[in-house]
Design a protein around this ligand. Sequence first.
Ligand code: F6R
Ligand code: MG
Ligand code: MG
Length: 367
Amino acid sequence: MKVTLSVIKADVGSVGGHNIPSQKLLQTLENHLKNKGQRLLIDYKVTHTGDDGCFLMSHKHGVDNPDIHRLCWDAFTKATKVAKDQGLYGAGQDILKDAFSGNVRGMGPGSCEMEFEERTSEPFVLFACDKTDPGAFNYPLFRGFADPFHNAGLLLAPDMAKGFEFTIMDVNYTEGDRVIVLNVPENYYDLAVLLRDPEHYVIEKVVARSTGEIASVVSTSRLHNIAGKYTGKDDPVALVRTQKQFPSTGEILSPFATAHFVVGDNRGSHIVSLMPVKQGGIISFFDGPAIVTALGICMHNGIFTEGVDLFDQPFWDVIRTKSAEKTIAIRDQGFFGAAMAPMEELEYTGVVERIKLLDKKFFIRKK
Ligand code: F6R
Ligand code: MG
Ligand code: MG
């Protein structure tokens, strides 16, 4: 059976600052899908990571379906009203446009979707980040799909011996979708030079070369590119199908043990270690740290099992400590050098405006 998995997420208000949606807001999201999604959806789950609410949906309508997108847009609009009534902070933050125009892409909410022929058992992982941008997935997906140090299946499993095809998007290009398709292992170094620059080149999709089946999708929207100014960080989501012709669930989780450095954290303008946290993880220290959750699910005829919280296991406690230590180490130098994001990534204009003023006061010393 052909099924579409759609993930659509947005921050429309939170408690205590940019920390966590209120229970009432989440209930509003849940109720909307329950009542209005009956005809459209086979199944759904509502999750939250930091201050972002997230819909995971299965259906038969393909990607970019206007009815599915409208369903979520209306849910987030309704939740914005609740956020305003409750006085939540940042009410409607990711609702950048007044009128819905058929697809949430470019309107504020993040989304990733894939349509495929369901396997007898269809295990997959929903990853969701807060306080960082879509480039945060470059490192773990590159290593999880292309590096035998993490994906032992590339060496051991004949199903994966042909490697994977990566579609990379140039997220700085705003006139349309500027993409490149590269195959691993042949184009490994080409892929590496692009992915090392995660604020510019972002993995959008991964396909298994053995079968041509879609393996993974990532939300690629950059809010500051849409709005032309700071409107919050993009807080990406990703779906990864696992097992058999795809990396095992453990292989795709493995690179997250690096707790790699990403751009984000406080004011979206710092370098921080991405901490793998349990479902519903909140935001705290320095409006961070940047976090990622992982929900493992099996699907059959489009129906989801309960989810398994993949970062709720003692191993990840050690990684959380390591991640906190990495973050503290870089936080120690505040805004100096590598601790703050590069100029073009600064989500607030203060530094840039101050430098413009100071620039006028510079003078060339007479000899
Ligand atoms: C980062 C984030 C927060 C805010 C910070 C200031 O993505 O959401 O770090 O940037 O709390 O928020 P405002 O400007 O809303 O006071
Ligand atoms: Mg927020
Ligand atoms: Mg957020």
